[in-house]
Ligand binder design. Structure first.
Ligand code: HEM
Length: 512
């Protein structure tokens, strides 16, 4: 949804609802009893829109923490919003009171653009439970071990791609992420370029996410009658775009799923999340409900790509960290092979780099919002039923008491005096409670294998200008529901002398 559409929606909402209606909503919520948590004073009708940096709301929320504390109340139209700015409060509420805090807010635009199937946004209830069960079967801790050969094979391919065309590193990293998911979920081998299925899904995701704006969703949620206005009505052009998005979303759901079904029919398939689940459930699924859920969970998985750019950026900006990481790999693995999962326990510094990468710039900095199933009282504050609860991971990673100088990339934070890993796994980037990320074990192993192998084989540094001088740059960030660095000038050079494809293949052979 374009920002002008959102602005028009706001005007429609304001004109049509009028101050009286909106005021009555606010008045209706006024009640005796414990107060709401502290928060910035709202503007009449719209609530706390002003002052929020729309592209990086997590930074605004972190600033609010300095004034209002770890638990902040804000409002957007009639949507109550609770912002959690500390890990302790997140654990108290989202983990320990997960029976209250495991719902999701209704985001009307999800259905509108055709991604209402997304497991991560399902309301707390039987459908979500079924999705969660299907995911759990494929990605629980011991099942995730079965992906290790795949993760290694894909990481080896990434090294070949980086050696062949290092300047295209962003494309290679994206392909690596997509190809792991497509193999694990559909047993589908993605083509290096212009893969037909990935192109369909990418297009569907791009169209859908460009129409998803939390502010527009909140306005439509507060004033659902707006959706019944015709497409020609000023501000309603998004309805036409949403219809196109729904068509693409249907292809995203169906085409890769159909691919697996056809391969199963012809008997030419290897295990995958979809084929395993179909085999297990098909005979007991008379209503077809589980088959639909399998298709939906599979499509959801594609949305959860791993993002390796933050790691590459950190290595470029902190060469001393990169050097220490490489030396630690060399001392354990030597130079005649590459690391594999058996080396992980002997390489604590690499795990410290992984943890610091997710702390330094979490890729989902404002988490995925939860919602309250019933009302609650916490530390004397009233938390309304149906409130959107935002775990502000950014503020948690900026906790000066736990992470001094939080803007600095310092893997040592996660090591004790003996160089062993501490108990702090910095897992808040994967969320909390019953809605915690179901792909976290698989994601963790994919991140580790990719980081360890890239560190062993390549050096990442600033690109040089024609005079051989490093090109300095200020990192820029893409901001949406997630965030990642925008392309930056990076030079990728092999660590091993005289490295060519033959030598790399020898190293890979020696590592397996
Ligand atoms: C580095 C990679 C990843 C990160 C940082 C990440 C992060 C997250 C976060 C923050 C949540 C929300 C948790 C909450 O509501 O408290 C989430 C949920 C979820 N993630 Fe991930 N994720 C990653 C990879 C994956 C992968 C690889 C998969 C699937 C194979 C996956 C599947 C899911 C699903 C299905 C949910 C929804 C869970 C629910 O609502 O019950 N994620 N993830």
């Amino acid at each position: 949804m374009s920002s002008s559409s959102t602005a028009n929606l706001t005007v429609i909402a304001l004109l049509s609802a009028g101050a009286a209606v909106a005021y009555s909503i606010v008045v209706a919520k006024r009640r005796d009893g414990p107060p709401l948590p502290p928060g910035p004073p709202p503007t009449p009708i719209v609530g706390n829109v002003r002052g929020i940096n729309a592209s990086t709301p997590w930074i605004t929320y972190t600033d609010w923490a300095a004034t209002y504390g770890d638990l902040v109340y804000s409002r957007f139209f009639n949507q109550d919003i609770i912002i959690i700015n500390s890990e302790e409060v997140a654990q108290d509420l989202l983990d320990r009171r997960s029976h209250i805090y495991s719902d999701r807010p209704v985001i009307v635009t999800n259905e509108l653009v055709g991604i209402g199937f997304n497991s991560a946004f399902l309301r707390y209830g039987p459908k979500w439970r079924l999705h969660r069960r299907l995911f759990h079967q494929a990605f629980k801790q011991d099942a995730a071990l079965s992906f290790r050969p795949l993760q290694m094979r894909k990481a080896h391919q990434l090294l070949r791609d980086l050696l062949e065309s290092p300047q295209e590193y962003e494309g290679h990293l994206m392909l690596h992420s997509n190809s792991i998911i497509m193999s694990a979920v559909y047993d589908y081998e993605t083509a290096p370029r212009d893969d037909p299925l990935v192109n369909i899904i990418d297009k569907a995701v791009t169209i859908a996410t460009s129409e998803l704006k939390p502010d527009a969703a909140a306005i439509l949620g507060a004033f659902p009658f707006i959706l019944s206005l015709p497409s020609w009505f000023p501000g309603m052009s998004f309805k036409g775009r949403a219809a196109i998005s729904r068509q693409y979303a249907a292809k995203w759901l169906n085409e890769p799923f159909q691919y697996v079904k056809e391969r199963m029919k012809s008997g030419t398939y290897a295990p995958s999340m979809v084929s395993d689940a179909l085999e297990k459930w098909q005979s007991q699924d008379e209503s077809g409900e589980v088959t639909v859920a399998i298709r939906e969970t599979a499509a959801t998985a594609f949305l959860d790509s791993f993002r390796f750019e933050v790691f590459v950026l950190a290595m470029v900006l902190y060469p001393e960290v990169q050097e220490r990481a490489w030396l630690s790999i060399r001392s354990v693995v030597g130079t005649t092979r590459l690391p594999n999962f058996d080396d992980r326990a002997s390489l604590p510094y690499i795990d410290a780099v992984l943890r610091e990468t997710s702390r330094w710039h979490p890729i989902v900095p404002a988490g995925v919002p939860h919602a309250t199933y019933t009302e609650d009282i916490y530390n004397g504050y009233y938390i309304p039923k149906g409130a959107m609860v935002i775990p502000n991971v950014w503020a948690m990673t900026r906790n000066e008491a736990k992470y001094p100088n939080p803007e600095e990339f310092k893997p040592e934070r996660f090591l004790d005096g003996n160089g062993a890993l501490t108990d702090d796994t910095c897992s808040m980037g994967f969320g909390f409670g019953r809605r915690i990320c179901v792909g976290r074990h698989m994601a963790d192993a994919s991140l580790w294998s990719c980081m360890a192998l890239m560190l062993a084989a390549f050096k990442f540094s600033k690109r040089k200008d024609v005079n051989g001088i490093d090109i300095d740059f200020e990192p820029q960030w893409f901001s949406g529901l997630g965030t990642h660095p925008l392309p930056f000038p990076c030079r990728i050079t092999p660590r091993h002398e005289g490295m060519d494809m033959g030598k790399l293949n020898e190293l890979i052979e020696a590592s397996t």
